[in-house]
Design a protein around this ligand. Structure first.
Ligand code: FE
Length: 341
């Protein structure tokens, strides 16, 4: 009797389970790997009851995986670092417009896709740094200035072919055109203090030693020194000044890159995914996401680490993800022809 009752109940259970599971789950395909991100997903679950299933990988693998899974893909949200990768995801057809007014209201238009396919959750700028004890290099306010002859032998920067530099050059290319960009790259190459070596941190470290007067770096590397418990790193933070380039009224703003997210076109848990995307624009989420890598929040008035605040405020260039993706091969070619290796 009991067994028969159980058997009779089974089909109903089997039917009920997937629906219930669908109500409380969201599958996140993420190419960001920070512990603070995980804490944030737990907070989302606490607030909404929606569990976050995290699938991590590198961005290009995740895009390919979502494409290969097709209509059966469990992916609801795609999250990655680098605007060009978001553009690649968009052109691969794996993203759909989120259609959320909450997101459009909270995230400035310069930091999201006009069609709603992706938006930034954090931002970083590529900036110029100098040693405060040696003083600001006079006349250095724009990326274009880096090519001026008065800065001969002063610049430290990692290899030109690194995506951070090709992306910066792609932005110069969009603003100034190919001829000016090649001349610029030639000028920068002529102004290097030493052959390119190491990463952005190594360029910052070389400022107080006097090996270079100008370092090109992403903001979060210096930000990381600002919250470091290592006294040597704190000392470098204290004596390093930041120039946010191209800030004059009418100029295009500092070159910005982002971490960003988008709704997957085939999302099986669409409503949960949009709730999650909107959650990422709350002050709490913004603060935690930004802290993961000492990046800047994208939402106005979101809390910011004091080390970042002390580096100053800036106006960022509009993030043109597709343009960056399209321009980068030509930018790299121009740089190589100009001898910026
Ligand atoms: Fe980096």
């Amino acid at each position: 009797m009991l067994r028969r009752a159980l058997l009779a109940a089974l089909p109903a259970l089997a039917l009920a389970l997937p629906a219930a599971a669908q109500d409380r789950v969201m599958n996140l395909y993420s190419a960001r790997h920070y512990d603070t991100d995980r804490a944030l997903y737990e907070e989302f679950t606490r607030e909404t009851g929606i569990r976050v299933r995290l699938i991590e990988g590198n961005a290009d693998q995740l895009i390919e995986r979502i494409r290969a899974e097709g209509r059966n893909s469990p992916a609801d949200v795609f999250l990655t670092v680098d605007a060009a990768r978001l553009a690649r995801a968009a052109s691969a057809g794996i993203l759909a417009a989120h259609g959320s007014q909450v997101i459009d209201q909270r995230v400035p238009a310069t930091l999201r896709d006009p069609g709603g396919l992706w938006f930034a959750v954090t931002q970083r700028a590529r900036v110029l740094m100098y040693d405060k004890e040696r003083g600001v290099p006079a006349g250095l306010t724009r990326y274009e200035d880096l090519a001026k002859p008065e800065f001969r032998g002063m610049i430290c920067v990692r290899t030109g072919s690194h995506p951070y530099n090709t992306s910066m050059a792609a932005s110069v290319l969009a603003a100034d055109g190919p001829e000016a960009t090649e001349a610029w790259a030639r000028g920068v190459a002529a102004n290097l203090a030493r052959p390119p070596q190491g990463g952005d941190r190594d360029q910052i470290n070389a400022l107080p030693t006097g090996a270079c007067r100008i370092a090109i770096s992403n903001t979060y590397y210096l930000g990381g020194y600002g919250r470091s418990t290592n006294p040597a790193e704190r000392a470098i933070f204290d004596r390093t000044g930041v120039i946010f380039p191209n800030q004059a009224p009418g100029d295009r703003g500092a070159h910005v890159n982002i971490s960003g997210a988008g709704l997957v076109a085939t999302a099986p848990n669409r409503d949960n995914a949009i709730r999650f995307l909107e959650f990422m624009t709350t002050h709490k989420a913004q603060e935690m996401f930004a802290l993961g890598n000492m990046e800047y929040p994208v939402v106005e008035d979101a809390p910011m680490h004091p080390a970042l605040r002390s580096m100053g405020t800036f106006r960022g260039e509009a993030v043109a993800a597709q343009r960056n993706l399209d321009n980068t091969p030509q930018a790299l070619q121009l740089m190589q022809r100009a001898g910026w290796n």
